[in-house]
Ligand binder design. Structure first.
Ligand code: SF4
Length: 284
């Protein structure tokens, strides 16, 4: 029996290849990534978290409380809390009700309060009140996901991790540093492109850049120190966009009646349907 010849997959036509290339988001080169971090580092030589904490435990609690809340709001609540409970043992002694009293100004505080008490108990029972340094162990704690674990590993223990939050996700995708549809995709992309010497603080440089310059709604590209490198195609110029003129709907004047909008006039002009007088035609 003769061999069946397999057909080679057809190569895309030059036109199809070109449109494919256009659709693919562009990736920043390694050289440009290095320049980008050099400039961010120059602008903020000592970046750090804006969450206030006293030790690894209070950092962990602050990060758990900060989910979907602002750092400023969390700091306001934790100032008094950490003065009375800065260890897992003290947090357990404080109890859920009193903890709730300190953090009830923070969104989703009921669930977060339960998590803080539950994680404090695990830390006391299983780790002698210490904070584990392994990501897997941290992720086992209630209310602690990959992002929180990465923040604790980076800030408390100096590990070169990148915790992708909403700001980093946006900046990485816009600039072309790392594209991804999920925080994990972006995190893995950043780990590949961030030069080793900037990995330790990359997390903070990107957060602060996203928070104060590359803002979600209107990035301040005209002030941005990396605007010439960034691959975002819709950069803002800082100029006020002219407001759209209000479109006035045409009005129609019916004889002897006040002016009506076109749609209302059409309705008014329509003759009313005659009610059926036939017996037995009415719907039940
Ligand atoms: S140029 Fe604009 S989009 Fe690009 S990083 Fe700067 S602020 Fe963000």
């Amino acid at each position: 029996m003769g061999k069946t010849r397999r057909r080679r997959p057809a190569l895309p036509t030059p036109r199809a290849a070109l449109s494919l290339a256009r659709a693919m988001p562009k990736q920043l080169s390694r050289a440009d990534a290095k320049t980008l971090f050099a400039r961010l580092a120059e602008a903020r030589p000592h970046p750090t978290t804006e969450l206030e904490y006293k030790n690894p435990f209070t950092l962990l609690v602050a990060v758990v409380l900060s989910a979907q809340a602002t750092d400023a709001g969390v700091n306001k609540a934790t100032k008094a809390l950490f003065a009375v409970a800065d260890t897992p043992e003290k947090m357990l002694a404080l109890g859920e009700d009193k903890l709730g009293g300190y953090v009830k100004t923070i969104g989703l505080w009921r669930g977060k309060t339960k998590n803080v008490i539950a994680l404090s108990k695990i830390l006391v029972d299983q780790y002698g009140g210490d904070i584990p340094r392994e990501r897997a162990a941290l992720e086992q704690l209630p209310g602690v996901g990959r992002k929180t674990a990465n923040v604790v590993l980076n800030v408390a223990f100096g590990e070169p991790t990148i915790a992708v939050d909403t700001h980093i996700f946006r900046v990485a995708n816009r600039t072309g540093l790392a594209h991804g549809k999920t925080p994990l995709e972006v995190e893995l992309g950043l780990e590949k492109i961030v030069p080793a010497e900037y990995l330790q603080h990359a997390h903070h440089w990107l957060i602060l850049h996203g928070r104060y310059v590359c803002k979600a709604r209107k990035p301040e590209c005209w002030l941005c120190p990396v605007a010439d490198i960034c691959l975002y195609t819709e950069k803002e110029t800082g100029e006020q966009k002219p407001a759209k003129p209000a479109v006035k709907k045409p009005t129609v004047k019916l004889a002897g009646k006040p002016k009506l909008r076109a749609a209302s006039a059409k309705k008014a002009a329509k003759p009313a349907k005659k009610k059926s007088t036939k017996k037995g035609t009415a719907k039940k």
